[in-house]
Design a protein around this ligand. Structure first.
Ligand SMILES: Cc1cc2nc3c(=O)[nH]c(=O)nc-3n(C[C@H](O)[C@H](O)[C@H](O)COP(=O)(O)O)c2cc1C
Length: 296
């Protein structure tokens, strides 16, 4: 039973990718997941950022609410940390406040990564992330594409995703990643105050999975380039849902938060069992199975 999949020129031994922001601040923490088909780095900017104060993460009923504020050591320090890494497929996530800072971070990250992920979707970082205007996306992506040789994926949030994906594809994106956390908040009714220091954050985990699956399903109909689903997948069945919606690979953070470091191995075993039970030789045979007019 074959779990290998491709993202353009990249071949992954299985479709499970560690998403950005979870266990990926250091080279060691990323190398400790040898069963991952790929690993995305923490989003890194041109300069160091401290991020927001605490509380920055709150455990909720059906997921995590976070407003870390994109803390990172800056791309130079991060690239030094990653130099000589042993990760089979490393996707470098970068963000910026404008085109120049995006391009500079991307160029440096491309020296250690096999592909880039442009984070245009952090829902709580002002002009960074989701604050990148839709009309700026196309020229931003093409500016990065001109400067790097590795594939460039664009990570989008659920809001206006079809329109923003159009812009990313027009700029020459090699793949689309959907979705980031969903803009959300929680209030402590005793103090009458928002719980997060930043007040508003992003919600991840099982509760957002149906939103992510819907977004992937729409993007896979609109575009023929690879789509990578992310959001709330914690089991093999969740991964299959994303794959059937049109994902070529699935990123996961919650799966590790709830299931520990062995989660990826367990999910791979369960995927192989499912394929065997259904007499399917390769996971790639089910990519897009749920799309309308699919003849599989
Ligand atoms: C604590 C935390 C930090 C995150 N940091 C980033 C980040 O730096 N860049 C990014 O693109 N996404 C970031 N994310 C979003 C995840 O990559 C992912 O899109 C989201 O958590 C949904 O997937 P999940 O439910 O499997 O965790 C972060 C998520 C969490 C929980």
């Amino acid at each position: 039973m074959c779990l290998a999949t491709t993202l353009g020129p990249l071949t992954l031994k299985n479709p499970l990718i560690l998403c950005s922001g979870v266990l990926d601040m250091t080279r060691k923490s990323m190398e400790h997941l040898p069963e991952a088909g790929g690993v995305v780095t923490k989003s890194v900017g041109r300069e160091e950022r401290l991020g927001y104060g605490n509380p920055s993460v709150v455990e909720m009923e059906h997921g995590l609410l976070n407003a870390m504020g994109l803390p990172n050591p800056g791309v130079d320090a991060y690239v030094e940390e990653m130099r000589g890494h042993a990760i089979e497929v490393l996707i470098g996530s970068v963000f910026g406040e404008d085109q120049a800072s995006f391009v500079q971070a991307a160029v440096k990250m491309a020296t250690v990564a096999h592909a880039l992920e442009l984070n245009m979707s952090c829902p709580h970082a002002g002009s960074y992330g989701a604050g990148v205007p839709t009309q700026a996306i196309s020229s931003l992506v093409s500016a990065v594409k001109k400067e790097v040789k590795v594939p460039v994926f664009v990570k989008l949030g659920a809001e206006n995703i079809r329109e923003r994906a159009e812009a990313a594809v027009a700029g020459g994106a090699d793949g689309l990643v959907a979705i980031n956390t969903v803009r959300a908040m929680a209030i402590d009714v005793e103090t009458g105050q928002p719980i997060l220091a930043n007040r508003i954050g992003g919600y991840s985990g099982p509760a957002i999975k149906p939103i992510g699956v819907r977004c992937v399903y729409e993007l896979a109909q609109d575009h023929s380039l690879p789509v990578i689903g992310v959001g709330g997948a914690t089991t093999a069945r969740d991964v299959l849902e994303y794959v059937m919606a049109g994902s070529s690979a699935v990123q996961m953070g919650s799966a590790l938060h709830y299931g520990g470091k062995t989660a990826f191995r367990r999910i791979c075993d369960d995927l192989r069992s499912w394929l065997r039970e259904h007499h399917i030789k390769s996971i790639t045979e089910v990519i897009g199975r749920a799309l309308p007019n699919n003849n599989l």
